[in-house]
Design a protein around this ligand. Structure first.
Ligand code: URA
Length: 231
């Protein structure tokens, strides 16, 4: 649900200010009823007509970025470059779905689809995130078992069961279903293997798939439908 004036401005009908007058003049109907309040909430599937002609909601946007090291995932930051700065005009209206630390790189989804963003970050949905880490030290089998059982961090935070794979000396893959603050770094530190470098290689069904650091592309139709299949 969103405000009628926002719905119409996102559909490119007119500016929010102009829309106030248009709506109050009784030129807009929703599901057959004239609505004169710009703040009235409308469903995304509602039939909205302006002067009797249907208005189509703007299609939501989904963009996959290989987040480079050194930029932050907030939408605005006084000091650091943000992922939106990186995207320029393409990033207007988008927000990152979940966060990666400034010094973590890899798969980052950006969208203006608030409902999908909310679903993908909801702890209830438990979307799988997969990270490659270079660590100082190599975790042992006891660490693998502790991850599988659900690790308790040094400050008492309890993590859900996670998968730790040892790939080689100081090289691991970690799969988690939640997104606590600095989670992977804190989990590996808790088993005596502090992280030197961290890359997210997968977020749900989305992988970097040939993208280079700093590059982005729109999701394919298949990727969008895989995301919707999660719910
Ligand atoms: N876990 C971390 O520690 N950092 C990230 O950026 C993502 C997951």
């Amino acid at each position: 649900m969103q405000r009628l004036d926002k719905f119409l401005s996102e559909a490119g009908v007119a500016s929010r200010r102009e829309l106030g007058a248009i709506i109050r003049a009784g030129r807009v109907s929703v599901d057959g009823q004239v609505i004169r309040r710009p703040e009235q909430k409308v469903d995304e599937h509602a039939a909205v007509l302006l002067d009797g002609a249907p208005v189509c909601a703007a299609a939501p946007r989904y963009l996959l970025l290989y987040k480079p090291l050194g930029c932050v995932c907030s939408t605005d930051d006084p000091r650091d470059q943000t992922v939106l700065d990186l995207l320029g005009r393409e990033g207007e209206g988008l927000f990152p779905v979940g966060r990666l630390d400034k010094m973590t790189e890899g798969v980052l989804l950006l969208t203006d689809d608030g409902q999908l963003g909310h679903n993908l970050t909801s702890p209830k949905k438990g979307v799988e995130k997969v990270y490659l880490a270079a660590c100082s030290g190599t975790p042992d089998q006891a660490a693998v078992d502790a991850f599988a059982a659900g690790l308790t961090l040094r400050d008492g935070t309890r993590c859900r069961p996670a998968r730790l794979e040892i790939l080689g000396p100081g090289q691991v893959r970690v799969t988690v279903h939640e997104g606590k603050y600095h989670q992977v770094r804190r989990m590996l530190a808790a088993v005596g293997a502090p992280v030197d470098a961290l890359l997210r290689e997968r977020f749900g069904p989305l992988t970097l798939d040939g993208l280079q650091s700093g590059q982005w592309r729109n999701l394919t139709k298949e990727e969008r439908s895989l995301l919707s299949d999660i719910f």
